[in-house]
Design a protein around this ligand. Structure first.
Ligand SMILES: [Zn+2]
Length: 159
């Protein structure tokens, strides 16, 4: 069993809140350790306020068990701090498919300004406005597009 095969298996585990994105593409798998008897996956939390961590650990363990990896164990560590820049290109597309605006790069941008003009996932317009900084979960904000007149949620950028 190699770390790469574990990684491949984890592509089948998706974020419980965003079923279109795998946890690998989300960038939260920070370490994979394997031996003949143990399989250990380390996850980093996306948002401290998101309650999905324990669920995510269970999903990872169940998936690896199902695939026959020895003694799978998933733990969450705060050692590596996740930021939205760790989402892969596929992951960003997956967010968009889900109707979620992918988070723009956080470097050098004013967070409040970003939220005011989040690109619309439906028509790519930046003529949008922030309706609420808090969506159904703490990770998301709610926006409205003035061009295609759809409201949409955005994955909040995190530094
Ligand atoms: Zn639009």
């Amino acid at each position: 069993m190699t770390a790469e095969s574990v990684r491949q298996a984890l592509y089948e585990v998706s974020d419980p809140e965003i079923p279109t994105i795998s946890i690998v593409d989300l960038g939260i798998v920070t370490k994979i350790e394997t031996s003949d008897t143990e399989t250990h996956v380390t996850l980093t939390p996306t948002f401290a306020g998101c309650p999905a961590l324990r669920i995510m650990e269970r999903l990872v363990e169940n998936k690896l068990k199902e695939k026959g990896f020895p003694n799978p164990k998933a733990t969450t560590s705060f050692d590596v701090q996740w930021n939205t820049g760790m989402i892969s290109e596929e992951g960003l597309q997956a967010l968009k498919k889900h109707g979620l605006a992918p988070p723009p790069p956080t470097t050098g941008n004013d967070y409040a300004e970003l939220l005011k003009h989040m690109p619309c996932p439906y028509c790519d317009s930046k003529n949008t406005e922030l309706k609420s900084p808090f969506g159904p979960t703490l990770c998301r904000s709610i926006h409205y597009c003035n061009d295609c007149h759809q409201s949409f949620e955005a994955f909040k950028p995190v530094k």
